[in-house]
Ligand binder design. Sequence first.
Ligand code: DC
Length: 232
Amino acid sequence: MINKIIVAIDGYSSCGKSTIAKALAKHAGYTYVDTGAMYRAVALYVQRNTNSAVEELHDLNISKVVDLLQDIHISFVQTPAGQHVTLNGEDVEASIRTLEIGNLASKISTIKEVRAFLVEQQQAMGVEKGIVMDGRDIGTVVFPQAELKLFLTASPEVRAERRFKELQAKGENPIWDEVLADVNDRDYRDTHRAESPLRQAEDAVVVDNSHMTREEQMERIIDVFRKRCATI
Ligand code: DC
């Protein structure tokens, strides 16, 4: 019997982490956990309960956010459309996938207590292994002992283009310069925050997918996964 492992996938925003993580989980028969969705669900709750416009969030009252955490219950449910995140029992998958909530998630994720709150839940999900988890700090903080760590990357322009198309497909009317600026701002914030900044774990396998098709990328990753499992 093949032992199950933990696969930690980290990388910048919009570099296709969740697509790859989901596909690898399906291939391996593992559970997939999208930790970005958890930060987004917290952000949605904060937005709903503080009446803050995103512009005002630099004034976000940190102790108020920390107080709100005790009222937040996040879980995942399987739906015919795939895995959805729930916030206090409500399916919020559609509401969290906006630029505004993405930005707010990036901001609240700089708060130490928010990270501790979610990291504890993420670690509990990995106790039995057989998990593919994606985020920013999975190989460095959540599962530093993960048997396989992947670090995905692509140029900011390639990622902005992917996000631009995604927003268009959702019927939104994105402005290219804004989408690119947003990618760069988010990268800066995610890599420069004091708490668990995004960084590549020393033992991570780096995959730059700027010029790879999804199939090429999957082939590469499944190959790395198989080889890693064979050594366990
Ligand atoms: O992957 P995403 O775009 O859904 O994540 C939204 C934000 O959440 C991201 O900008 C930073 C934060 N995040 C984090 O700090 N740590 C994680 N493990 C996952 C996401």
